[in-house]
Design a protein around this ligand. Structure first.
Ligand code: SF4
Length: 463
């Protein structure tokens, strides 16, 4: 029987217990199960409140410096990560966060758009359904065996929708007349997920429970991709709406930049390569508070959304963020590079990933037109971009492997030294400039030129 003392606290830690470092590749690092990395323990946090105040971020920054190595990250899915913790500092961190009144979601990741509840263009505020899903999973469905990395995307739409976020289960809000429906699909983003059915708003929770039971029945490691969409539709029975919702929403723009959301002005800023340090974050938050910022939301694509600024203060806030090293334009070339901590922050890293990313920005900005992501990974694990990338530069025992159209662990076309990277990327940018067809993006050009042309570039550089 569960005793009160073994129940999770508000921050997910069993009271008076040390956290258990998670060594399992598939587990999600939380305060209760931090993950061992090259620079100590890492925790990934999803704040329970949609907006935190600048003062909350200052508290988090100080706790990150006191109990970790002061490095903070916002992930591609919009979670906050604190790095460099130790076995005996996770509990004080959790206590400090609780003292500051900052609580976090636990359990299965239920993702909602960063502007949920604020955006008049959204089809629905996803927050109430997401809250009901979390309660149901923690309550009536708590005995289900669900994969630790399972994710549920509840997308109400709007300017910064989650159309491009991959989820095991997706619920996409659709309006028909005045009525709200949710389009249920499994295993992908809004385009790639396999559609199951549409359900009325009142039936969305029941439909989701049907999918979760199907996952449980498939096995404890089952993911959305393992499910049979046709069988699921049959299991939904009469709650499946017999109507087609064929129009899929477009992918959202970058969160970085200025957004007009109803009567609000929202400033999106990107963390340089997804990371900052405690002192920089604290300084930024103090400055933003003095300019009138009242709330900050974490956003997918490694960004923060600043709320409460008047239109007249947007320039000053953007200048402040820019001076602190944050990216304030959607077309900042660095946005097109996915970079992990690398050798500077992770024992598994074989080279300085951020220095290589800086080389790319400096010497081959033409490659970074936003149509593709260049993946720079300190080792074959590929933490920053688990999916395939058109171009990836990945740590190897004997240098930096250049992978074409693959994951960081895939076979490389060539292995380069750190000194060769800048020159090679310059030559690739020149080739793309010369051979690119009218209207082609860099990605399309590189895909058309193919692996052979890239390997030739490396060979020619060595002659
Ligand atoms: S991919 Fe990067 S962060 Fe992940 S283990 Fe390798 S070096 Fe470390």
């Amino acid at each position: 029987m569960t005793t009160p003392s073994s129940l999770p606290s508000e921050n997910g830690l069993p009271s008076a217990a040390q956290p258990t470092p998670s060594l399992r590749r598939g587990a999600c690092p939380s305060l209760a199960t931090p993950m061992q990395t090259g620079d100590g323990l890492l925790v990934r946090l999803r704040p329970a409140r949609p907006s935190l105040a600048p003062a909350d971020y200052i508290a988090i920054a100080r706790l990150a410096a006191d109990h970790g190595n002061g490095l903070l990250e916002v992930t591609a899915r919009g979670n906050l990560q604190l790095r460099g913790l130790k076995d005996d500092t996770v509990q004080p961190l959790a206590a400090g966060l609780a003292d500051a009144g900052i609580d976090f979601h636990r359990g299965v990741a239920v993702e909602t758009p960063a502007l949920s509840g604020l955006d008049p263009d959204e089809a629905a505020d996803a927050t109430p359904l997401a809250a009901a899903i979390r309660q149901t999973i923690a309550g009536p469905l708590s005995r289900l065996r669900l994969a630790p990395k399972l994710s549920i995307v509840v997308d109400g739409g709007g300017r910064l929708s989650l159309a491009d976020m991959v989820g095991d289960i997706r619920l996409d809000a659709v309006r028909r007349g005045g009525d709200l429906f949710w389009r249920l699909s499994v295993g992908g983003d809004v385009r790639s997920a396999r559609p199951v059915a549409a359900v009325a708003d009142r039936d969305a929770l029941a439909a989701l429970a049907t999918v979760l039971r199907a996952l449980d029945g498939t096995g404890p490691a089952a993911r959305g991709r393992d499910l049979d969409a046709g069988a699921l539709r049959g299991a939904l029975g009469t709650i499946a709406v017999d109507a087609d919702f064929p129009v899929l929403p477009a992918f959202p723009p970058s969160p970085v930049g200025r957004h007009v959301v109803g009567t609000r002005s929202v400033l999106g800023i990107g963390l340089p390569y997804g990371a900052t340090d405690a002192a920089t974050l604290e300084g930024l938050m103090r400055g933003l508070a003095s300019l009138g910022a009242t709330g900050i939301r974490l956003s997918p694509h490694r960004a923060l959304l600043i709320l409460g600024l008047s239109a007249a203060r947007m320039d000053a806030a953007a200048a402040l963020a820019g001076e602190a090293g944050f990216w304030t334009r959607a077309d900042a070339p660095g946005n097109a590079i996915a970079v992990c901590a690398g050798a500077a922050g992770c024992a598994s890293g074989t080279f300085d990933t951020k220095a290589v990313a800086d080389q790319l920005v400096l010497r081959a900005p033409d490659l970074l037109d936003g149509a593709m992501t260049v993946h720079v990974s300190g080792c074959a694990k590929g933490c920053a971009h688990p999916a395939p990338a058109v171009l990836a530069l990945c740590g190897r025992a004997d240098g930096i492997g250049m992978v074409f159209d693959g994951r960081s662990g895939d076979r490389e076309l060539a292995t380069l030294s750190a000194e060769e990277i800048g020159r090679t990327m310059e030559r690739l940018a020149a080739l793309v400039r010369e051979r690119r067809l009218k209207g082609e993006t860099v990605r399309q050009a590189i895909e058309r030129l193919g692996a052979g042309a890239i390997a030739d570039i490396v060979r020619q550089g060595r002659q």
